[in-house]
Design a protein around this ligand. Structure first.
Ligand code: 4AD
Ligand code: MG
Length: 434
C-alpha cells in the first residue's frame, strides 16, 4: 500500500489510520520503559500517545525523544494506529521527531499544586486537560447563546465600556480618569440596550462588565462577561420564557457537542439532562416561607445571600425563577408592581445544585413620573440620566430584559467550585496577575 504524508491535527487523526501523518504540538508528559518511550502529545485539539521504539529509529531521534522535557514544542511524524485502549482511540508510531522549542523546569508538574500557585501560573495552567475542557465548554455556551438569540430575531448591539453613570448602584463602581472628567467602567449595558430596544425591538449586548466587589466569594469576579437581551413591548412572563428557552438551549448544546469535556470534568450529566422548560416560578414572599421552614431567619426587604440561594434551590432539579422582590433591594430602574407598589416586577434565575443566581432581570419602569420620583427618593443625580429619561418622553412602551452571567453559567454547567476557573484570566479582589 502506498502511504502519503499529511499534516493534520489530533482531532482528525482517525481519518488517517495506517497512514503517515505529521503533527505539531507540545509534550504533555512522557514515560520510558528502556527501549520504548511513550510521549503524550497535545495540540489543542486533543491528546495522543506517541510510541518511540529504539530499534525502529535513528539513534539520534531516539536520543532526542529521551531528552525532551514536559511542554517542549515539537513536530512528529508517524503512522496512525487504531488502539481501543488509548484515550482518543488512536496511537502514533513515531518515525521522526523535531524539537521546535525547548522547555526547562516547567513549573506545573503532574503532582498536585495549590490553587494560589496555579492561579499565579494561569498562563501555563491553561494547558492542562481540565482547563482546556472548561475553555471549550465556555466557548460552546457563548456560541449557543448567540445562536439562540439570533434565531429568535434579536439584533446584537454593542454597549459602551466607559460610562458616565451607574446602572446597578454606586457601591461597586470602578472609577477611571476621563481627561478632565471622571468615568466608570460599565456595570451593565442594560440602560443602553433599553435605548436600542426602542429602535430595533429585540436586542442584546454581550461583553465584559466590571464591579469593584469587595466580597471574596466563589461567585464574584470584578470583571465578568454578561449577555443582556432587552425587548420592547415585553412583560415579565415574555422575558421568563426567553430565559428558560435560552438556558435549556445552552445546556442541550453543551450536552450535544461537549459531552467528552463534561465527562472529563466528571460532571453528573443526568442532572443537566433534566434542564427542560418550563422552570418553576416562586415569589419572593414564598421563598421567605421556604427559608423559614428550613430554620433560617430571613428579613423581608433584604436580597438573598449565597446560602439562602443554595437552600432555596435544594428541593428543585431545574433552575427556579424567584419573582417580585421588594423594591428596596433592587436597582432604580425596576418597574413597580401596580397592585403592590412595594414590589418590583422582576425575577432572578437561580441555578440548581447550589450555583446561585445566574440571571437577574425584570420589567423596567416605563412611566416617566414614577421613574423620576424614584430617582429623587434615592437621591440620584438626574442630569447624567437625561438621555435615559428621554426613552420615557418619546414613545415609551412596556419593556424588559435580563442579564446572564457567563462565568456563573459556566461554573454550573461544568460543575466548578469557583468562578475563577470559568474565565480565562480571573480578576478578583486580590488578583490582577497574570
Ligand atoms: O443581577 P445583576 O446585577 O443584573 C444586572 O446587571 C442587570 N442590569 C441585567 C439586566 O437586566 N440587563 O447581574 C446579572 C448577572 C447575575 O445574575 C450574575 O450571573 C452575574 O450577572 N454577576 C456576576 N458574575 C460574576 N461576578 C460578579 N461580581 C457578578 N455580578 C453579577
Ligand atoms: Mg442580581
Amino acid at each position: 500500500m502506498m502511504t502519503t504524508k499529511t499534516k493534520t491535527t489530533i482531532h482528525k487523526i482517525g481519518n488517517f489510520v495506517g497512514q503517515e501523518v505529521t503533527l505539531q504540538g507540545w509534550l504533555a508528559n512522557s514515560r520510558s520503559s528502556g527501549s520504548v518511550q511513550f510521549l503524550m502529545i497535545r495540540d489543542g485539539t486533543g491528546f495522543i500517545q506517541g510510541i518511540v521504539a529504539k530499534n525502529e529509529l535513528l539513534p539520534e531521534v531516539f536520543q532526542l525523544a529521551h531528552s525532551l522535557n514536559q511542554e517542549s514544542s515539537l513536530e512528529v511524524t508517524g503512522i496512525v494506529r487504531e488502539e481501543k485502549r488509548a484515550p482518543g482511540g488512536y496511537e502514533l508510531t513515531i518515525k521522526n521527531l523535531k524539537l521546535i522549542g525547548s522547555s526547562e523546569n516547567y513549573p506545573i508538574t503532574p503532582k498536585e499544586h495549590g490553587i494560589d500557585f496555579l492561579m499565579e501560573n494561569r498562563h501555563l495552567w491553561f494547558r492542562s486537560q481540565r482547563q482546556q475542557a472548561i475553555l471549550k465548554i465556555r466557548h460552546e455556551i457563548i456560541k449557543a447563546i448567540r445562536d439562540y438569540l439570533d434565531s429568535q430575531g434579536f439584533v446584537l448591539v454593542d454597549a459602551p465600556i466607559l460610562t458616565p453613570s451607574a446602572c446597578e448602584g454606586t457601591t461597586n463602581l470602578f472609577e477611571v480618569q476621563y481627561f478632565e472628567d471622571k468615568a466608570y467602567l460599565t456595570q451593565s449595558g442594560q440602560l443602553y440596550m433599553e435605548a436600542a430596544a426602542m429602535a430595533l425591538g429585540k436586542v442584546y449586548c454581550f461583553g465584559p462588565t466590571f464591579r469593584a466587589e469587595k466580597s471574596k466569594t466563589r461567585r464574584h469576579l470584578t470583571e465578568f462577561w454578561m449577555v443582556e437581551p432587552e425587548m420592547a413591548f415585553c412583560h415579565l412572563e415574555d422575558s421568563l420564557q426567553t430565559q428558560e428557552g435560552m438556558v435549556s438551549f445552552i445546556v442541550s448544546r453543551v450536552l450535544e457537542n461537549r459531552k467528552k469535556e463534561l465527562e472529563y470534568l466528571k460532571r453528573d450529566i443526568s442532572k443537566l439532562e433534566k434542564i427542560i422548560p418550563p422552570f418553576p416560578r416562586i415569589s419572593y414572599d414564598e421563598s421567605l416561607e421556604i427559608l423559614k421552614k428550613k430554620g433560617l431567619n430571613p428579613v423581608w426587604g433584604n436580597d438573598f445571600g449565597g446560602t439562602d440561594e443554595t437552600i432555596l434551590t435544594e428541593q428543585f432539579e431545574k433552575p427556579i425563577f424567584v419573582t417580585h422582590f421588594p423594591m428596596a433591594c433592587k436597582a432604580f430602574y425596576m418597574k413597580q408592581d401596580p397592585v403592590r407598589p412595594e414590589l418590583a416586577v422582576c425575577a432572578d434565575l437561580l441555578a440548581p445544585e447550589g450555583y446561585g443566581e445566574i440571571i437577574g432581570g425584570g420589567q423596567r419602569e416605563e412611566d416617566l413620573g414614577l421613574l423620576e420620583a424614584r430617582m429623587e427618593r434615592m437621591k440620584m443625580e438626574k442630569e447624567p440620566y437625561q438621555w435615559y429619561l428621554d426613552l420615557r418622553r418619546f414613545g415609551t412602551v412596556p419593556h424588559g430584559g435580563f442579564g446572564l452571567g457567563i462565568e456563573r453559567t459556566v461554573s454550573w454547567i461544568c460543575g466548578l467550585e469557583h468562578v475563577r476557573e470559568a474565565i480565562p484570566f480571573a480578576r478578583t479582589l486580590y488578583r490582577i496577575y497574570p
